[in-house]
Unconditional design. Sequence first.
Length: 141
Amino acid sequence: MAKNWRPISVGLFIRDYLLERGEACPYEVFKALQGKKRGASYSSVRKFFHALERLGLIEFVRSEPSKRPKLAARRYYKLVSELKDHPAWGHPQVVLWPSSRFGGARYAEKREEARRLRISLDNLALKEDPQLRRERKSLKI
């Protein structure tokens, strides 16, 4: 393995792809991501687009009929240029759903802790991570 190897952040990959191309649909990004990130699925790329749109980091531009009649129209998105350097690009799903930062191994333990404190799991995640709280506030969520 090369010395400079780093895991690919799907959020940052999407950002860079949109910066380079101007606009794209999730399938196009998925095809570009294949071979660069093992295990990436079309479904996961669509979920990233959903999170990025909800956070306001990307916006819908247009739709185009699918080449195959039974499939839904392709939806194209562009980057919101004022937010191209926002830290949420590195982990949009965690910014949108804070409790997802706990992962499966710690989830049950953190759920019990939140129950004891009488707060939501998301609020516990935000309490433990002030930077995440600032990122959400800057996006007005």
